[in-house]
Design a protein around this ligand. Structure first.
Ligand code: LLP
Length: 418
């Protein structure tokens, strides 16, 4: 069953009516389904159960500690890109020995903290970064486990802002230079080379780009073996797409199966870093219609959710489904085409354009597929308080982040002395 579905014209989150959640927690509000998070994670676990593996949930997709805790209880690892994300994993009771540390510019302080917490490995992205990790490890008298992020130069065929595996992207080490960098890493006294990783982009709806990347990585793995460097794990990053509209991404099980088949009998542990495919369809964001403003050219519905709450439509032109929380019986006759715009002072502030909906002021709407890159990309622009987050678990609703107040916003600020 779906986490968010209608029962008698009312949208439910698991067994709780979204309208009821709104009455208690207001809007805009992020609403997550525990079961959906678990099922999406377990799809990876189940597909990988017969091979050595680690599923490292990409914390950036949704980093609320309740989400991390639910996944940690299922044995998840975590892919982090900052010390902030690492401290969240710790606060959520996650196992730091299952953490991989990605990111293009890890600071010395971040490296130190990660070494103290004994993470699984650093996904290093450059020669200079290897030197820095080696230096910090030396000062601490430890050895740092290293994977190198290889840029395989494949086209992920996704939005240019979320495509990362082409040679003109800032990410990783060019596949042609990677062997030299591996040899150098191997020569540094406080580094221990254990893995190879890549991440070619996000919201991929085909398997082929993954296979192309895998082919290039495997060639390198074999060449390294000839040079005495053993790669123990292969980390193919995240990137599997989800259904926002009419996309047809592969099932997790089919995706994993083709990777396994392609690996043949190589004894490599497989790591994945899924974010979106676990989180996106485990959440919605509710928003209320404030005013209707029909004009000669366009019908605007002004809603209380804005680009600061959910940035994807403004930043990428991303399309997310927007549905009524309560469907009125006469909806069909009263449907008009609306642009759903927020209160922020930017023309680019919209959550959806040209949506056929039956709207009245006060109506509650749900933006679907908002569990990934929703709250985590939100901001205080226009001094708006960030939304509340709740997690539904069966017929229970738990507040997992309070709606911000102006006191939160002002907490760190002060005027000049008089
Ligand atoms: N691993 C690395 C190294 C990454 O950079 C990312 C995402 C992931 C894993 C997780 O990828 P996923 O499974 O979620 O595709 N804000 C954009 C997406 C940016 C993705 C950045 N990297 C959006 O809202 O579409």
């Amino acid at each position: 069953t779906q986490a968010f579905e209608y029962r008698q014209n009312q949208l439910f989150a698991e067994n709780v009516s979204v309208q009821d959640i709104h009455q208690t927690y207001g809007s805009p509000c992020y609403i997550y389904s525990r079961a959906a998070f678990e099922n999406h994670f377990l799809a990876y676990e189940n597909a990988l159960q017969d091979v050595p593996h680690l599923v490292c949930y990409a914390v950036k997709a949704n980093s609320n500690i309740a989400v991390l805790n639910v996944l940690a209880k299922l044995g998840a690892g975590f892919d982090i890109v900052s010390i902030g994300e690492l401290e969240r994993v710790v606060a959520a009771g996650g196992d730091t020995s299952k953490v991989v540390f990605s990111g293009v510019a890890k600071t010395a302080a971040e490296i130190k903290r990660a070494l103290e917490l004994n993470i699984h490995c650093f996904n290093a992205e450059s020669d200079a970064e290897l030197d820095r990790i080696n230096q910090v490890a030396q000062e601490m008298g430890v050895v740092a486990d290293i994977s190198l992020r290889v840029n395989p130069d494949v086209d992920a065929k996704t939005h240019p802002y979320i495509s990362t595996g082409l040679k003109d992207n800032k990410f990783g080490i060019n596949v042609d230079q990677a062997q030299a960098t591996y040899l150098r890493a191997d020569s540094l006294s406080n580094l221990n080379v254990i893995g190879m990783d890549c991440h070619i982009g996000s919201q991929l709806t085909e398997i082929q780009p993954f296979i192309d990347a895998l082919d290039r990585l495997l060639l390198l793995v074999d060449n390294l073996a000839d040079n005495g460097i053993t790669i123990e794990h292969l980390d193919l990053g995240g990137g599997l797409g989800v259904v926002y509209n009419d996309e047809q991404p592969p099932e997790v099980s089919d995706f994993i199966q083709s990777i396994k088949t392609h690996l043949g009998d190589r004894k490599l542990k497989l790591i994945f870093e899924p974010g979106r495919s676990i989180a996106a369809n485990a959440g919605i964001m509710t928003t209320q219609v404030e005013f209707l403003k029909p004009t000669e050219h366009k019908n605007f519905a002004i809603i209380d959710g804005a680009m600061n709450d959910l940035l994807r439509p403004s930043l990428y032109g991303a399309w997310q489904n927007i549905v009524p929380v309560t469907v009125r019986p006469e909806a069909e006759q009263n449907t008009k085409v609306w642009d759903l715009v927020g209160p922020v002072c930017e023309t680019g502030d919209f959550l959806g354009k040209e949506r056929a909906l039956d709207l009245q002021p006060g109506d509650l709407l749900a933006v679907k597929s908002a569990g990934a890159y929703g709250f985590t990309m939100s901001s205080n622009y226009n001094s708006r308080n960030r939304a509340a987050e709740v997690m539904v678990d069966g017929d229970q609703v738990h507040l997992i982040r309070k709606r911000e107040t102006i006191e939160h916003q002002l907490a760190g600020e002060q005027c000049l002395p008089a």
